[in-house]
Design a protein around this ligand. Structure first.
Ligand code: ZN
Length: 216
């Protein structure tokens, strides 16, 4: 029987069942799922069906000291930071779900960096991935996990989504279909330089940019 998560802080490990159970949350109810539904069978086929683990030292050695996971979009491998203190190799379910959102982002068959990465920059892309993660959890009444480092980035993306009537559709098609043109209302609204400044602020976790983004 598959597991029902109550909190995104629950532990997941390298068992195939854990991968399957987090996958079931990803594919469950959310406002975003319609935008990545077609990617699901493709990503499932292309990816190894278990999470891999690295300890903090090994992550840092790869220059990734601020991250809880890495999804290799070339291979579909997902490596999570082992948050145990004794090498027991587990991570929070919320961190694993965030990585699965990367996995189903375009291209769903892997083999290439996330298509929308250049258009959004690291900060907005990670923020958007975290917004999708948080929305899936909220819709399914799973308590959020607060120890990730993306809350400022997610808030900045939420303020951008709120500017547009079809904000979810716009960002969903950009991330999951790889359609950069969906994002053209952003430089139109802020100017190219203004939008670049927002991208930079998001990468720097600089919440003050939300004032500049303004209200719809
Ligand atoms: Zn990420």
């Amino acid at each position: 029987m598959s597991r029902t998560f109550k909190s995104a802080g629950e532990r997941v490990s390298s068992y195939e069942d854990d991968f399957k159970d987090v996958w079931a949350v990803l594919t469950g109810d959310s406002v975003w799922v319609e935008h990545f539904r077609n990617n699901l069978p493709i990503a499932w086929k292309a990816a190894p069906h278990q999470f891999h683990f690295l300890n903090a030292n090994d992550f840092a050695r790869q220059g990734r000291k601020d991250t809880l996971g890495i999804t290799d979009k070339m291979t579909g491998n997902i490596t999570l930071l082992d948050i145990s203190s004794n090498g027991a190799q587990f991570a929070a379910m919320g961190a694993a779900l965030h990585e699965l959102v990367h996995l189903v982002s375009a291209p769903a068959n892997q083999g290439k960096k996330i298509i929308i990465f250049e258009a959004l920059g690291e900060g907005l892309m990670e923020g958007l991935t975290q917004v999708v993660t948080e929305d899936i959890l909220a819709k399914q009444h799973i308590e959020p996990w607060t120890e990730h480092k993306y809350s400022a980035r997610a808030s900045i993306v939420r303020s951008l989504i709120a500017l547009f009537k079809d904000g979810v559709g716009m960002f969903g098609r950009a991330l999951f279909l790889g359609r950069g043109s969906e994002l053209s209302p952003l430089p139109q609204r802020f100017g190219r330089q203004g939008f670049d400044d927002i991208k930079t602020a998001a990468t720097m976790h600089d919440l003050s940019v939300i004032k500049k983004i303004g209200k719809p």
